[in-house]
Design a protein around this ligand. Structure first.
Ligand SMILES: [Fe+2]
Length: 259
């Protein structure tokens, strides 16, 4: 497996070889494109090269550009939006494959970075017996589990109803790669079918095992943001988590999710 996260240079983003970028995302999970100067229009145009941008359920958007979400930690805020390990919007039936993040305000050097974990390695590192077992498992993902508490109440009023989606725990990423599609921030339960939940003991055993592989130090890549960094990741093979290591400073990001 190739290493998680690579930095590339791209002088003319809108003329990118998308097939090549998508291939890089399968191989490396996260792409960092340095020194970009993008306005909202360009950001949307770039996202559309990858697919259809979706409007998020639980975040503020820019009124003229509803595809662009603003993810802001104000000086007074303690929590960060999406502040736990997760893959974006897994409670949707068709979750976004790609997420694009572009910084507007950064809190400072080595502050407010983003961690990523490789879900392909997580699958590859299971023993063959467990690999066989997880093929039969579904994850019940919900919009009202742990990450619910990391959303801003005022921006979340319209969506009181829980949104639930079942996904196979094992996801085929490419011809040769499978990943463990497991989002700790959204999981409600592991199931053997949409109506039969895994027994608690088995559930606990499997979750502990998955987490111990996913969050091993050598399975994690950390990106420390710099002005002009355009970052795009593949949600089907990468987990992410913002690093909340700053206080009394603002961090503002623009995000587009692409299906
Ligand atoms: Fe996220």
């Amino acid at each position: 497996m190739k290493r998680l996260g690579i930095t590339i240079t791209d002088k003319n983003l809108l003329k990118s070889d998308i097939k090549n970028l998508k291939k890089k995302l399968v191989d490396h999970g996260v792409l960092i494109i340095k020194k970009q100067k993008l306005n909202n229009k360009k950001l949307i145009k770039f996202s559309k090269l990858f697919g259809q941008p979706i409007v998020h359920n639980f975040s503020k958007t820019i009124s003229k550009y509803p595809e662009i979400m603003t993810i802001i930690k104000e000086k007074k805020d303690k929590k960060m939006f999406g502040g736990l390990w997760h893959s974006d919007s897994t409670y949707l039936k068709k979750p976004p494959r790609y997420t694009i993040l572009y910084p507007k305000v950064l809190p400072g050097k080595k502050l407010g970075g983003t961690k990523f974990a490789c879900m392909i390695n997580a699958y590859n590192n299971l023993d063959s017996k467990t690999k066989k077992f997880v093929e039969k498992i579904y994850v019940c993902n919900s919009s009202q589990t742990k990450l619910y508490n990391y959303r801003k109440v005022k921006e979340n009023n319209k969506h009181k109803k829980e949104i639930i989606a079942y996904h196979n725990l094992v996801k085929k990423i490419s011809k040769n790669n499978k990943a463990l599609y497991y989002s700790p921030g959204h999981i409600k339960s592991l199931s053997v079918s949409s109506s039969k939940i895994l027994k608690p003991k088995r559930n606990k055993y499997l979750i502990t095992k998955i987490k111990s592989i996913l969050f091993k130090r050598n399975n994690i890549f950390t990106h420390e943001w710099e002005k002009g960094d355009l970052v795009i990741w593949d949600n089907y093979r990468t987990l992410h988590c913002p690093i909340n290591n700053f206080r009394n400073k603002k961090r503002a990001m623009l995000r587009i999710s692409v299906r």
